[in-house]
Design a protein around this ligand. Sequence first.
Ligand SMILES: NC(=O)C1=CN([C@@H]2O[C@H](COP(=O)(O)OP(=O)(O)OC[C@H]3O[C@@H](n4cnc5c(N)ncnc54)[C@H](OP(=O)(O)O)[C@@H]3O)[C@@H](O)[C@H]2O)C=CC1
Ligand SMILES: CC(=O)N[C@@H](CCC(=O)OP(=O)(O)O)C(=O)O
Length: 365
Amino acid sequence: MNLNVIMTKSFDETDALRSMPVMNIAVAILGATGYTGAELIRLIESHPHFEVKHLAAHSQAGKLAGDVLPGCAGKVAAMRLATADDALPENVELVFTALPHGAAATSVFAALEAGKKVVDLSADFRHKSHDIYQAAYGASHPHPELFEEAVYGLTEFARADVAKARLIANPGCYPTSTLLPLVPLLNAELIDTSTIIVDSKSGTSGAGRSAKTDLLYCEINESVKAYGLPRHRHAWEMEEWALGFGHQSITVRFVPHILPMNRGMLTTLHLNGASTHSWHEILTDQFADEPFVKVLPEGRLPSTAGISGSNRCDIGVAALSDSEAVIVSCIDNLLKGAAGQALQNANLMFGFDETAGLATHALWP
Ligand SMILES: NC(=O)C1=CN([C@@H]2O[C@H](COP(=O)(O)OP(=O)(O)OC[C@H]3O[C@@H](n4cnc5c(N)ncnc54)[C@H](OP(=O)(O)O)[C@@H]3O)[C@@H](O)[C@H]2O)C=CC1
Ligand SMILES: CC(=O)N[C@@H](CCC(=O)OP(=O)(O)O)C(=O)O
């Protein structure tokens, strides 16, 4: 039996817990054969307090994890993949659902009914209103009764709620890269909210692992293309949570692009407003103590190579005039944009050090 010691807890009982031996928390990953599921396996395999106990897939169910995941090694590679509908082992306390949106909701509901905590990487619980969900996803939702309870886990702005949550709606990758720099400036009431231009570029892993003609090598390689117009589903998510955390209604004009790189996301915000020369200082102060958000010195702009493999969001600020600015943010779509933020939230839900198992250094070069 693997024994560990709890590292941190933000409550009074911290000292007592620190010296108390506890078992590792058993974890299930549903959607383990996808890109975010595989990234979760990698992170949890080197986590001090979580342990992979159950893996589930869909078309690949019944196979060994190592036979369908080239990056997988050790005891996890020898685990047989269940289906997402199979009963979860009793000892599992935490379930990550890394399933396509639409399919995740039923598994999330079943896991909660079975008494587990859930971090859902899909979009199924990111909205508070069924009308908005339906507008963004063009479908009705099987469990809207859970919308109220779900905590939108943009960690830096939601720590207290995340720590108490039973269900985390892990934010989308594009909204994460957009909202982190935007929310503090909305709270400072310095942005013209009428039309905010969000221009984003994503690596191809953002589109998932399933076979699609427009993701073939010859379609992606040596090419950049915009998609998702006139209104990508993440536009609703950005607007809802700009209001939720930034307390202002905004309108975004969001244009995503897909690039021939495996992972990484770069978002450029074109902003109008007031006192733009103060924005760098506002963002620097806001994130000064954050382990994963780094505001670069004035004059420097981030690159995907600088954050790849880490859970960081790097932010660069350029004031163009007193009333115009460009902000560039970079995340790894599979980490801060998905599995990394999911683990950051899970750490808080179980009272562990928020950074446990997560890299601040990039895989560079
Ligand atoms: N990729 C990214 O950068 C990000 C993804 N997300 C979200 O995370 C979730 C997972 O994404 P990603 O890992 O990229 O997806 P993938 O397409 O790479 O993987 C999907 C996983 O779900 C399983 N699956 C497919 N269809 C079904 C179904 N109908 N019912 C149950 N399971 C199914 C697949 O199993 P099998 O292989 O056996 O068919 C696979 O394990 C999605 O909701 C996505 O939107 C969020 C942020 C970023
Ligand atoms: C390049 C690409 O196709 N990206 C995906 C977004 C990434 C994703 O998985 O969306 P969620 O974060 O909402 O789950 C898309 O545009 O649908």
